[in-house]
Design a protein around this ligand. Structure first.
Ligand SMILES: Cc1ncc(C[n+]2csc(CCOP(=O)(O)OP(=O)(O)O)c2C)c(N)n1
Ligand SMILES: [Mg+2]
Length: 906
């Protein structure tokens, strides 16, 4: 057997590399290794290539043992505070490495490998046990980059033991005491109210505190946190500094301040931002994102907020720290966690490393962890991105703080994700009224008599003399007195206040007024400016070589300027260019958005030889705002959530998510339901995210036809979202510009065309861009005032109908385009109607099936606004949005258009 195989067993690559270095230049390796390799060479010389001396072979066995601890030590830790761990084999017993008790007092050079120098096997094992198998378990051996491996070893094998000084211990005691006493306080004051107690996982509070405190010494100036229900109130109070009075006021269930229309949300969902001063004296802004019950849905939103802040800070990833706090069941089960894991290293989505903390109470509602996942750990998704993982006993407060400090240091050094599995328990049922013994009788018997982490830590500090019983009592009294004072204050407060989430960034914006919902500001841009910008973003630089078709495309666009006929792409690009020129950054992401799924956009062009990227929109003039455009990973849920978060923290910019086809938007349904359409109503937040959903019936089958307009319209209520469907490049231009030119922000859902991207009639002139604003309704330019039948429709079906007219203008029909569907432009429609024959017949024409598209919404709105009953023309109700057969598609399409043609008199 080749003794070198031991080397590769013990240390894939690293030892071999070291040996190779030694062979080249013996002085280039450490003295002890030099001796070790010299002995190894000697034994090879003595015993031949196939054998090594017994002593050398033993060294390899010890190296093997070290490797065993590094790779499998986490399986044998004492990290579970309330129950025995599952058994894993083979164990790390000496005999499994062909070593025995007889070797314990032999000195091995292999001690060098773990930084303690030549040492007895006894000492090496003790060191390994302490490093890898006490309160902290570590997983990292799957990492492939040697610099990260080396760093982790250096910071774990030598540092991985608690090292707090007396002041640090007292501080940790204070934080754990706050956490424990607060839960007990709430339990006493608000018996039976849901608060999703943190008990059993209280060390989350000293953990977050350590992260943030240490963070400020390493350049962190902003922290963005996402978390679910458990421990949220304590985090708000003890990490974000939300006054007790405000939290307790919410317990009393008082009405919100304001007009009474605001729905609000349960207390453990609300967001908050606050500036805190760290012990270092540094100010740090901490934001907790509002979130719905839908577990893990907030993750991408937090990442988006963090990224916007990083971008605002010139790309400084060290200054902004995203922290995601997960439940053990949720992190294992929710797919969005995988999506955000995949984002972590991507140019368009990276946030410099997220610290993931799992409040692992070993249960999800009533479901045991054994039924909640296949993977060994709830954190196993971390391995997809080769992230560092810690498992730590949540009862060991100092170990928790220690892990946090290493995690933060690692994140600031490598800007990679790190996961901390805080292994504790849940003292009560899922909420405080729930009985856990129905489902986990044995576990909850053990938990009932288990001391709190505060008690355990206090005992330790009393024993080692860090604090006296009197000091501890005084600390407790002081903390309780603050809670009591907050309670008294909350009684005097008239109502709950909800307005502190990212409020600094939103200064100067105000809620929309009713009359602004169906009217638009002027958003035209001077012709000279348009021509100047148009020439810039369509002129390729001299020098680099471009693909022939790219050159043609740009030349075609320049010729649009000459011909005064601009297509869809130009309308869209004009909107971006003018906004950038005015100082509004634009960010666009989604699948294949750089070129555009339908090859219309070409926002990024590549040079032919080197594939270097060129974004002409970023080269218009010095000092313009930045255009960020990113092809996304193949995700709808996480990417749209990310952009929603980005828009939260970037009100001055235009933030857009585009679906590949609108049909795929339902992969992000939770984002639409829980955030985009209801966020303002629940959290009093505004958000200007824009969604582009390609939509239209063109015979491409059931999943390439519909952006599911009906669903967004059903979600529309009052002023919560804008739903639009434009038919001209200029109207699209004004719509996008309007999005940032209003003094308020609303999510905008745009059903965008496919066919119209290249449709000769869907063009606009320079005058259309330079004057006016977005038109909610476009009247028929050719209809006679005497028309007695008014066809309302939306989107590209308008042009389909015109084709059927074969350039004839019906004498009796007016075809009117509704470009904004929600908020419903009833007044504008009524005004248009008033311009035609009295009591004209009203028709709603759509290409979607009757149970889809805008019909049910429009029909109801027309009734609500006293506009009478419209006649429906469109496809029959259908289970699937569209036929898979192009022929059936055409036949159905012709039928609905023919129905209108039959009404026409030419
Ligand atoms: C997406 C989603 N599905 C279901 C639920 C209902 N639910 C609320 S809490 C919970 C259990 C969560 O367990 P875990 O993630 O371990 O957090 P813990 O409550 O134990 O802290 C479930 C299933 C939810 N909130 N979100
Ligand atoms: Mg749990």
């Amino acid at each position: 057997m080749d003794p070198l195989s031991f080397l590769s067993n013990a240390e894939p690559g690293a030892l071999e590399a070291l040996y190779a270095r030694y062979l080249k230049d013996p002085d280039s390796v450490d003295r002890t290794w030099r001796l070790f390799f010299a002995g190894f060479d000697l034994s090879r010389a003595q015993y031949g290539e196939d054998a090594a001396s017994p002593a050398t072979l033993k060294e390899f066995k010890v190296l093997d043992l070290i490797h065993g601890y590094r790779t499998r030590g986490h399986l044998f830790t004492q990290t579970n505070p309330v129950r025995a761990r599952r058994t894993y084999t083979p164990t790390l017993a000496l005999e499994n490495f062909e070593l025995s008790e007889a070797d314990l007092d032999t000195v091995f050079q292999a001690g060098n490998e773990v930084g303690i120098g030549p040492a007895t096997l006894r000492n090496i094992v003790a060191h390994l046990e302490e490093t890898y198998c006490h309160s902290i378990g570590i997983e990292y051996m799957y990492i492939r980059e040697t610099d990260r491996l080396k760093w982790i070893r250096e910071h774990i094998e030598l540092v991985n033991r608690p090292r707090l000084d007396a002041a640090g211990r007292k501080h940790a005691l204070k934080k754990i005491s706050q956490a424990t006493l607060f839960e007990e306080f709430l339990q006493k004051k608000f018996v039976g109210q849901k608060r999703f107690s943190l008990e059993g996982g209280e060390s989350l509070i000293p953990a977050l505190d350590a992260l943030i405190e240490t963070g400020t010494t390493r350049g962190v100036r902003e922290v963005v946190i996402g978390m679910a229900h458990r421990g949220r109130l304590s985090t708000l109070a003890h990490i974000l500094g939300k006054p007790y009075a405000n939290i307790l006021c919410e317990f009393e269930g008082k009405a919100y301040d304001g007009d009474g229309l605001f729905d609000g949300d349960v207390k453990y969902h609300l967001g908050y931002s606050n500036k805190q001063v760290a012990d270092t004296g540094e100010e740090v802004t901490i934001t907790l994102a509002p979130n719905p019950s839908h577990l893990e849905a907030v993750d991408p939103v937090v990442e988006g907020i963090a990224r916007a802040r990083i971008d605002a800070r010139g790309g400084d990833e060290s200054s902004v720290l995203p922290i995601l706090i997960h439940g053990d069941a949720a992190i294992a089960g929710q797919g969005v966690v995988y999506e955000i894991a995949q984002m972590a290293g991507l140019d368009g989505f990276r946030t410099g490393g997220t610290v993931h903390i799992v409040v692992n109470n070993q249960v999800g509602f009533t479901t045991n962890y054994l039924d909640a996942r296949t993977s060994t750990y709830c954190t196993d998704v971390a391995k997809v991105t080769q992230s560092l993982v810690f498992h730590v006993n949540a009862d060991d407060v100092e170990a928790v703080v220690q892990v946090m400090n290493i995690a933060l240091d690692y994140r600031q050094t490598f800007h990679r994700d790190v996961y901390i599995d805080l292994l504790g328990y849940r003292k009560y049922g899922h909420n405080e009224g729930d009985e856990p013994k129905f489902t986990q009788p044995k576990l909850y018997k053990a938990i009932a008599s288990h001391p709190s982490p505060r008690e355990t830590y206090l005992q330790k500090l009393l024993t080692d003399g860090t604090v006296t019983a009197e000091e501890a009592e005084a600390m407790k009294e002081e903390l309780l007195a603050r809670m009591e004072a907050g309670f008294d204050e909350s009684k005097t407060m008239a109502c709950s206040v909800v307005d502190d989430f990212l409020s600094e960034l939103w200064e100067g914006y105000r809620p929309a007024k009713a009359e602004e919902l169906t009217t638009s500001p002027k958003t035209g841009v001077a012709k000279k400016k348009l021509l100047e910008l148009g020439a810039k973003f369509n002129t390729l630089p001299e020098g680099p070589k471009f693909f022939r078709k790219v050159k043609k495309l740009m030349a075609d666009r320049l010729s649009m300027i000459e011909n005064d006929q601009f297509d869809w792409a130009m309308g869209e690009m004009f909107a971006y260019a003018t906004l950038l020129d005015e100082g509004h950054p634009v960010r666009l992401s989604g699948q294949d958005v750089e070129r555009g799924t339908f090859s219309h956009r070409h926002a990024v062009v590549k040079t032919e030889d080197s594939e270097d990227e060129l974004i002409l929109l970023n080269h218009m003039r010095e000092g313009q705002a930045k255009f960020d455009v990113y092809n996304s990973l193949l995700s709808e849920y996480a990417v749209s959530g990310f952009e929603y978060g980005y828009a939260f923290a970037n009100p001055n910019g235009l933030t857009i998510w585009e679906a590949q086809f609108g049909d795929f938007n339902n992969g992000a349904q939770i984002m639409w339901d829980q955030f985009v359409t209801s966020g303002e109503d629940k959290w009093r937040t505004m958000n200007g995210l824009t969604l582009l959903l390609p939509h239209g019936y063109e015979g491409m089958g059931s999943e390439h036809s519909s952006g599911r307009m009906e669903r967004f319209l059903q979600l529309g209520s009052g002023d919560n979202i804008v739903v639009a469907n434009c038919t001209t490049p200029a109207n699209m231009f004004h719509l996008l510009r309007r999005q940032v030119h209003r003094p308020f922000r609303k999510p905008l859902v745009v059903f965008t065309p496919k066919k119209l991207l290249r449709y000769p009639k869907a063009v606009s002139t320079l005058a259309d861009f330079s004057t006016g604003g977005f038109q909610e309704v476009i009247n028929d330019p050719n209809a006679s005032k005497k028309a007695d039948t008014v066809i309302f429709c939306s989107g590209k079906v308008y042009y389909d109908l015109l084709e059927k007219f074969e350039d004839r203008v019906p004498k009796n029909l007016a075809v009117v385009r509704v470009e904004q569907l929600h908020p419903f432009p009833a007044e504008a429609m009524a005004k248009v109607l008033a311009g035609y024959a009295k009591n004209a017949k009203v028709v709603w024409l759509q290409e979607e099936p009757r149970n889809m598209g805008a019909w049910t919404f429009v029909n109801e709105q027309m009734h609500l606004h006293g506009m009478g009953q419209a006649q429906y023309v469109g496809r029959s109700a259908s289970a699937s949005p569209a036929s898979g057969s192009p022929a059936v598609h055409q036949q159905r399409h012709d039928a609905l258009l023919d129905e209108v043609v039959a009404m026409a008199k030419f």
